[in-house]
Design a protein around this ligand. Structure first.
Ligand code: ATP
Ligand code: MG
Ligand code: FE
Length: 337
């Protein structure tokens, strides 16, 4: 069975073809990062326009690289939320048009579930149940994945997402968008213990996150250093900030693994590309005998292969959408039985 996946929730236009649930035939990603960089963040109106220009060429290229034709596609999976409404609508409209024209089923996919399912593409032996730490641009959550269609929410962020904090602090330090990879690179040259930033909600048994306090502490530190006329020690700031984020994520993730009685932890979302986070999780996994998987860089950040993968498993459960499918910008991760 061939699944065409389509993703356009933010600043990547992507299309992918999957054979079965786990074999990637193509995964074409057209990123708009260089276009948004000069504005220091994603400009929604520009994103929508670029998606409109790119969507059909990207789909055509995905089908071509897969060595098939549109007529061979058995089902169409598309991200319908969360994301920017104008951006989402481009993918949703294209998917509906294709499903209608080809007379094939349509599957609306939650982008965040897609991030989790990227792990099935990265690791062929992975099967539920397992714990997933979702750390993306807009979301931070611990999800107990009990089955392909059964998710239990352990906890989410009360305020900012981890990725948001990375991007905001990078911006204040004058680093280009997106800030996460820049902070990651700078942190390698800094001392993680140089500055003692707070770690939020550290109590055990609490799986909620909060990064706004840490973000404010770092911003206050930067401002007071600037006022004092000090040269900013950017590498130390990056390393200390990243250390605070990573320690909280690692503690809570392993606490959740233990609480739920799981033997496997997976990492999902764009911040999963963070080398400090990945290294600490790997280390703790080794110490505790927990299996740990994370997708490679391409599969961590936004891509359509993960959407096709999620769509494939939804279709197996008969979870299809009709042609009234609409974009839901504020869609969250939800409990599913
Ligand atoms: P969401 O998935 O919540 O809707 P999104 O799709 O915009 O949001 P992703 O594409 O999943 O987010 O991830 C992008 C985020 O990942 C950005 O905040 C970016 O800074 C962050 N990121 C990417 N690479 C790294 C890295 N190496 N270290 C830290 N953060 C990173
Ligand atoms: Mg992106
Ligand atoms: Fe994402």
């Amino acid at each position: 069975i061939l699944t065409l996946g389509i993703e356009s929730s933010c600043d990547e236009t992507s299309a992918a073809v999957l054979r079965g649930g786990r074999t990637i035939l193509s995964n074409v990603i057209s990123t708009q990062i260089p276009i948004h960089q000069k504005f220091g963040g994603v400009v929604p109106e520009i994103a929508s326009r670029k998606h409109i220009v790119n969507i059909m060429p990207v789909i055509d290229e995905a089908v071509r690289q897969a060595g098939v034709t549109l007529k061979d596609i058995d089902q169409v999976a598309v991200t319908y939320g969360p994301g920017l409404v104008g951006a989402l609508l481009v993918g949703v409209s294209a998917a509906k048009a294709l499903a209608f024209a080809l007379d094939k089923p349509l599957i609306g996919v939650n982008h965040l579930e897609g991030h989790i399912f990227a792990n099935f593409l990265a690791e062929p032996t992975l099967e539920p149940p397992f714990m997933a730490l979702v750390v993306s641009g807009g979301h931070t959550a611990l999800v107990d994945v009990r089955g392909y269609d059964s998710f239990h929410m352990m906890g989410q962020t009360r305020d900012d997402a981890a990725g948001e904090a990375f991007d905001k602090i990078a911006r204040v330090m004058g680093l280009p968008y997106p800030g996460g990879p820049r902070i990651d690179a700078l942190a390698k040259e800094g001392d993680p213990l140089a500055i003692d930033f707070p770690r939020a909600l550290e109590e055990k048994g609490n799986y909620e996150f909060s990064f706004s306090g840490l973000k404010s502490a770092v911003l206050n530190y930067i401002n007071s250093e600037k006022m004092k006329g000090h040269e900013l020690r950017k590498a130390d700031i990056a390393a200390s900030f990243q250390h605070s984020v990573v320690e909280v994520l690692v503690e809570k993730a392993f606490d959740a693994v233990r609480r739920a009685g799981r033997d496997t932890l997976v990492l999902a979302g764009g911040v999963a590309a963070n080398s400090g986070l990945e290294a600490r999780l790997r280390e703790r996994a080794k110490e505790t005998g927990v299996r740990f998987f994370y997708p490679n860089r391409i599969l961590c950040t936004d891509n359509a292969a993960m959407i096709a993968c999620r769509g494939y498993y939804q279709a197996k459960h008969g979870d299809f959408s009709d042609l009234y499918l609409n974009a839901v910008p504020g869609l969250g991760l939800e409990e599913r039985e």
